[in-house]
Design a protein around this ligand. Sequence first.
Ligand code: NAP
Length: 343
Amino acid sequence: MGHGAFEKTYAAADDRYETMQYRRAGASGLDLPAFSFGLWQKFGTDYAYETQREIVLHAFDLGITHFDNADRYGPPHRAAQKFFGKVLAKDLAPYRDELILSTKAGNPIGPGPYQKGGSRKSLLSSLDHSLRDLGTDYVDVFYSHSPDESTPLEETVGALVSAVQQGKALYVGISNYQPDRAHRAAELLREAGVPLLVHQPRYSMFDRTPENNGLLDLAADDGFGLVVYSPLAQGLLTDKYLQGVPSGARAENSAFLSPDVIDDTYRARAAALNELAQQRGQSLAQLALQWVLRRPEVTSALIGASSVWQLDHNVEALRFPELTDAELAVIEKHGVHGTGLKQ
Ligand SMILES: NC(=O)c1ccc[n+]([C@@H]2O[C@H](COP(=O)([O-])OP(=O)(O)OC[C@H]3O[C@@H](n4cnc5c(N)ncnc54)[C@H](OP(=O)(O)O)[C@@H]3O)[C@@H](O)[C@H]2O)c1
């Protein structure tokens, strides 16, 4: 499957919808791919354009219709969206109707008072800037990137509603919100006639917060989907760190994943999970991805990749048989909440 990404003129693979699974986002009418692709890291100006382009186009060839961005992504800030805008203009423009493009605003992108937070000014000016960077009239999903306790929730939600009413977004989402604030946001959005489509929390075998704080249950009750980020714990739930930190890996060169977390406790847990994966004939990465998707509240696993190989390998996770109760019990033992997490 897949071709064309290496060529100057891109034509999407004809078989792109044949193997990907699509899952309904909460109580909405929108299906998202089981895997969404995020451009958080390694999609800035520090990396080769052709490599980044190849990864994005290959994702689309695999049936990944959903690309997740934010004003902050790069490095530097805004670079990931400018990059995506180039690929959209050059390669993906004929397929815009087949794409779900997401962006987020509210996390700091500069020192100014309107370059952070959940104010109407901050969110809507960021969205306009993102639309210019992406070179599109609308995004499919506009997110409040993080809760802002210093701003009335009504103001933040009102900005999301305005984005939809102005035709700049089709749906809205929130990210990193605790369940009580998420529930209130869902209520306000419902009252405004713009139902909450998705919530984006971090979730993996090593970060059980959405299980522990009730967010998974709330999603089902409030009718929104979960697009879960860092399902591989940024690479810790792969076999790559079992023997140290390989050259070029995220733990070597990212501000967000410190090599300090790769200690004996981590290695023992990852090795036990890796053994389970091997018994199932798959890799730890594939096991970890299958595991987050076992929950019906999880609409999509939001993954990153620094190579086409990683992408192909991870998407293969959809091919394996369901996890048994005995296997889930082994995962409970070794997939310990907090492993590898600094915060
Ligand atoms: N809403 C938020 O606040 C928030 C926060 C964080 C992320 N996100 C979103 O979630 C997306 C995904 O987050 P993430 O990148 O942390 O997800 P992830 O899937 O947990 O980690 C992806 C990274 O793991 C490594 N990797 C992936 N597959 C591998 C494999 N098969 N073997 C070995 N290494 C592999 C790669 O890093 P290297 O090769 O570079 O080591 C890759 O970039 C982001 O792009 C962003 O869109 C949102």
